[in-house]
Each structure stands twice: as C-alpha cells, then as structure tokens.
Ligand binder design. Structure first.
Ligand SMILES: C[S@@+](CC[C@H](N)C(=O)[O-])C[C@H]1O[C@@H](n2cnc3c(N)ncnc32)[C@H](O)[C@@H]1O
Length: 279
C-alpha cells in the first residue's frame, strides 16, 4: 500500500482514518478509525482491507483493541526473560509478548526468552495456539491449568552445566507474570451487547476471590525483583483496586506497588480509587 492510497483513504473517511497511537513505543501501533462494516463495504477501501487481511494471516499485523495492548507494555520485557501469561486465551497479549521477545534479540540470533501461555479452558487454548502460530516461534509453551494452582516448573540446565551440577533441574521462577484475569467484563459493555442482559452489580464480587487467588499464585511464581502486571477488562473497583489492596495486605513487605508514572508518559491515566462501595 502506498502513502497515496492512505491519503485517498483519509479523504474518504475523514482526516484521521489511520493514526499512530502516541503512547505505543516505536510507532508500532496504529488506530484505524473505521468500523468493520466500513472496511468491508466501501469499495475504495478494498485494497486496504485485503492488505490488512493478508498481513494479519502472515503475522505481520494484529488487529486488537488499543486498551488491551496496555498491560504487556508495563511488563518492561527484556531479552532472555521467562514470562508467564496466566490467563492467556485467545492470546492477543501473548502475541504481543512474543513480538517483544523476538524484537529484543540480536539480529540473526534466536531469542533465549520463554513465554508460557496458560488458560483453564482447553478449547480456548486451541484458539490461542491458532492465533499465535502466525509468529512461528520456538519460544512459546501453551499449558492448560487452573491458574490459581499453576504448578511449579523446573528448567533443565544446558548439558555442560547439568553435568557439573549432577543434572539437578533448576526451579523455574518467572521474571515477568501477566495476570489478565477472568472478570465481569463491564469495561466492554460498549461492544458486548449480551452483557447488558447478564450484568448485575454483584458480578464483580463473584470474581474477586478467584482474581485474588490467581494473582497470589502469580506472585509466588515470580522471581525476587520480578514484575507482575494485574489487569481486567472491568471498571469495577472490587475487581481492580480491591484485589490489588488484598494482594498487598496478604504479601506484606515482600511485594510492592510500582510507580509507573514515568513509563509511557503519553498514555492518559488517572490514579486508582482509594475507597469503594461493595454492593
Ligand atoms: C480476560 S480473558 C484473557 C484474555 C487474554 N489475556 C488476551 O489478551 O487475549 C480471561 C481468560 O481466563 C481464562 N480463565 C478463566 N478462569 C481461569 C482460571 N481459573 N485459570 C486460568 N484461566 C482462567 C478464560 O478461559 C479466559 O480465556
């Protein structure tokens, strides 16, 4: 697609049909100000639509909600990291993590990092595998466990080290944990119309304990000095601030809340709530 095509598209659809997300590093994420219907039905957009479909199939482009791209960015993934994505399906954030570990390698070398992507539901693990195989990576393991009781894993050392150490496997501790938990999803009401019928004010309460248990397991699997990001697609403080407060209460001085105000400065944000009502 040429820049001329893009300008023609912008003329058709308003000035900002396509614009970079200012907070995403390296101009790697773009906002497309067009509905699915506009993309499919407008003949002027046909070649752009074909381009998007093709690039998505081969793994060069992922179509994803902007807000869902935020949590992996705050993990600050580095080359060689061991990363656990506890509730990973359908895999949009896993894909982003894989992109990060493949970007951070030296040209010509395969990354040494590892992503373990887990989900409770086996059918959703299938979708995750389908969605991530576009990456053609050797650095992903998909597991199917309850995240709140995710097992401890061991890592075989390379041959020479294993020989010296009498083949003792090493306990795998994670540098990074993404804890994108199941939730009421009330932050997606705009697009999830079936939720309008199902939603009740107590839904958040029903998820709270599971969310705490999953995140506590994530903390237990984390290396000293590691980083965990907790996220939901809900606006309910019982599923967000109240979970984080409980994690801090239970973990005492072994866990601290990180101030990330200097990271992704362009991202518009506001402080978390300090008080909330439980219905
Ligand atoms: C918010 S979605 C995750 C979205 C995913 N991180 C992404 O970006 O594509 C929550 C996921 O948690 C899974 N799940 C629900 N209960 C779980 C549990 N106890 N342990 C692990 N996964 C669970 C669901 O199957 C669902 O796929």
């Amino acid at each position: 697609m040429t820049s001329g095509d893009l300008w023609r598209m912008s003329d058709e659809c308003g000035e900002y049909a396509l614009s970079p997300l200012p907070w995403y590093p390296g101009n790697l994420a773009w906002h497309l100000n067009l509905s699915r219907k506009q993309l499919r039905k407008n003949p002027a957009l046909e070649s752009f639509h074909e381009f998007l479909k093709h690039e998505s199939e081969v793994g060069n482009v992922t179509r994803q909600e902007a807000v869902s791209m935020v949590p992996p960015l705050f993990l600050n993934v580095q080359a060689g990291h061991h990363i656990l994505d506890m509730c990973a399906a359908p895999g949009s954030k896993t894909f982003q993590l894989l992109e990060m570990i493949h970007q951070s390698k030296e040209p010509g070398l395969l990354p040494t990092a590892l992503v373990i992507a887990n989900d409770l539901k086996v059918q959703r693990c299938d979708v995750l595998i389908h969605n991530t195989k576009r990456m053609c990576t050797a650095n992903l393991i998909v597991t199917n466990h309850e995240a709140q009781s995710f097992p401890s894993c061991s890592l075989a050392k390379d041959d020479s080290e294993a020989y010296k150490d009498h083949c003792k496997p090493q306990r795998l501790e994670f540098d990074r944990v993404l804890c994108d938990v199941p939730c009421s999803g009330d932050g997606t009401l705009r697009k999830s119309h079936d939720l309008w019928r199902k939603w009740s004010s107590s839904m958040g309460n029903e998820f709270h304990l599971l969310q705490v248990n999953i995140a506590m397991r994530g903390i237990a699997l984390l290396k000293v000095g590691g980083r965990m990001v907790y996220s939901t697609c809900s606006m309910n403080p019982v599923e967000n601030e109240a979970v984080v407060a409980e994690l801090l209460r239970r973990s005492g001085s072994s866990v601290e809340l990180l101030d990330v105000s200097t990271e992704l400065r362009e991202l518009v944000r506001r402080p978390g709530l300090g008080t909330w009502k439980v219905s």
